[in-house]
Design a binder for this molecule. Sequence first.
Ligand code: SER
Length: 340
Amino acid sequence: MRKSVVLITGVNGEIGHGLVRALARKGVDNIIGIDLKGVDDFIQERTQDCLVGNILDRNLLERLNAQYEIEAIYHMAALLSTRAEFSPVIAHEVNVDGTLNLLDLAMEQAQSRGKPVKFFFPSSIAVYGLSSLEEKSSAGAPGEDDHRHPQTMYGCNKLYCENLGNYYGHYFKRLSAKDSGGLVDFRAIRFPGIISAHTLPAGGTSDFAPEILHAAAKGEQYSCFVREDARIPFMTMADAIHAIQLLMAAPQKALSQGVYNVRAFNPSAGEFLEKVREYYPDAKIDFVINDNRQSIIDSWPEDIDDNKARQDWGWAEVHDLEKAFSEYLIPEIRSRYEQS
Ligand code: SER
């Protein structure tokens, strides 16, 4: 009999770390990870096996398909928004073709098991696109179906993959005699910027907030690449993981849609720095604007409406801005940097 496992792609990335930490704490001991590069000891110790490889490698996925019975897939591997702008074709391959490969693996698994495979997909506020600061201001907190005109390759990829997941979940090969509806149980969250106490993001555009905080904690100089008045929503990594777990645990019949917004707080970059200075008054942070990265932030909404997630599966953040700092970021960051 094949062994039943949970598959996490991009396992060595930021959300991968948070997810493995949380699943291991819950006693999940059948995680198989994939990452392009080798994984660190933290991940190695908390997973059953980790494969070094590319999600575009169909042979690798075929081996996984043959070897394991996969009960759930958390597909975290992606090129983030800033990095994707430098290599848009590669971003498309990884973010779209890679997701297609994983959805197809989920479908094959579900068909051979004869029961659904849960599929978690991290989408992003990058699916929104606002054409001017006036439009950003008047858009306020858009719902899931508003203003979906992404201006980045990453945003285009995420929006398309939301639709692809919906297709695999409900309409896959609808002309064939076999009914595959419901076999891929696709669930997606559109994340705002995420701030972790333990890791730094790589290649995103919301990175300025975690970078300000970690630089201040380490006593390093940092130049923030967006204006002080730049405003997008954020949440802590702890809440991001909490949201994934809530959504994945919700009964399918409670879900009125496949893709949900979540958010926790939305300070401007300047307000975020003020908060950081409450704890690190000598933080050496200035603002040196990168107009191109700023234009991406300007195209993302200043907030998003997450009422559907609150209604359907009881989403509620643990950390507002105040608690994010006092109960999560500062205590964990202090123990981290003071140990090293
Ligand atoms: N944090 C991501 C990025 O900045 C957005 O989802 O690319």
